[in-house]
Ligand binder design. Structure first.
Ligand code: AVI
Length: 314
């Protein structure tokens, strides 16, 4: 784990266009800051998807063509705290559907918390947590011939560029069988005045979330980044529908990373690219699934039409 982190930091800071992968945002502090982001007034994504789960729950069940007497596995990739999914679990359980809920996460701790919470809140739902990498878990489930519904929510696919997203969808598709479904949450392309503030909130939580990566490098790789010498400078290109997070060096400076045994120089105004948050429409999703067995079957949107959950079927 630490070796991979070291390599990613070294590679990312050794290229002319410096970058650091956003997957490393999520240490303990980063997890807590992300929970805070999800509750920010400017961060509409979580609320919009929750709106769909809360107000269109029966619609979700109908669109997924679930049948009461056919057992299925409901598999959630990157389950988090399951707030949105609970709306669906509640109705499925109340109406007597025959299913197991399989939340998949890399963090056993996140899964334990979710399992305990569900035990008290929804005791009649059968929960089978699966710790591990998404594809390892899917591979292990592949041979069970039970129908599967995969949940991949929260616009998590948006943190992949289009090439990676398309490989991800090909892998996913290769691990599913005819009739299996994917319920995919994506943020929709919309104007800059709505998207940019979501990544540049007035309380500075997103800035802290991004700059926390420098603290993580300091802590885990014994570096001497001074986060006060960097500022959070996100962008959004409305035409392509891509938000990008950068941090910008405010001075000429050198940073030494002991674990890599290397000093990295930053000139004033030099940017480090951290994250991409891709926004979608039908055309972009269709391009991404070109080389897969998936077909788009349906789409549910929130009342503001900010966010969509697509139903894809193999
Ligand atoms: C997890 N992911 C979908 C978030 C997003 O909107 O791209 C991560 C995030 N970055 C800044 N704010 C939220």
């Amino acid at each position: 784990m630490i070796e991979q982190f070291k390599e990613a930091v070294n590679n990312g800071l050794s290229t002319p266009h410096k970058n650091l992968p956003s997957k490393y945002f999520y240490d303990k502090k980063g997890d807590a800051l992300f929970v805070k982001i999800m509750g920010l007034p400017e961060y509409y994504l979580t609320r919009a998807e929750h709106d769909i789960f809360k107000n269109q729950t029966s619609n979700i069940i109908t669109s997924l063509k679930l049948e009461k007497d056919t057992y299925f596995e409901l598999i959630e990739l990157g389950a988090g705290n399951g707030t949105k999914t609970k709306e669906l679990l509640k109705l499925l359980s109340k109406e007597g559907y025959n299913f197991d809920y399989l939340p998949v996460d890399i963090s056993q701790n996140a899964l334990d918390n979710l399992e305990n919470n569900l035990k008290t809140e929804l005791p009649f739902v059968s929960v089978k947590t699966k710790q591990g990498d998404y594809f390892e878990v899917l591979e292990s489930l592949r041979h069970s011939k039970h129908p599967k519904v995969i949940l991949f929510l929260g616009s998590n696919i948006g943190n992949m560029n289009d090439a990676i997203a398309s490989i991800f969808m090909q892998n996913l598709s290769a691990n599913l069988n005819l009739g299996d479904k994917l319920f995919l949450g994506v943020d929709l392309i919309k104007s800059e005045d709505i998207v940019l503030p979501a990544y540049n909130d007035s309380q500075g939580v997103t800035a802290a979330f991004n700059l926390n990566l420098l603290d993580r490098i300091n802590k885990e790789l014994d570096a001497d980044f001074n986060r006060n010498n960097f500022i959070h400078t996100p962008t959004y290109n409305e035409k392509e529908g891509i938000a990008k997070s950068y941090i910008t060096s405010t001075i000429n400076q050198d940073v030494h990373i002991k674990a890599i045994n290397k000093t990295f120089s930053f000139i004033k105004n030099e940017k480090i690219h951290l994250e991409i948050s891709r926004k979608y429409n039908d055309e972009i999703l269709n391009n991404i699934i070109t080389n897969t067995q998936f077909n788009i079957k349906n789409k549910l949107s929130d009342s503001n039409n900010y966010f969509a959950n697509y139903i894809l079927e193999i």
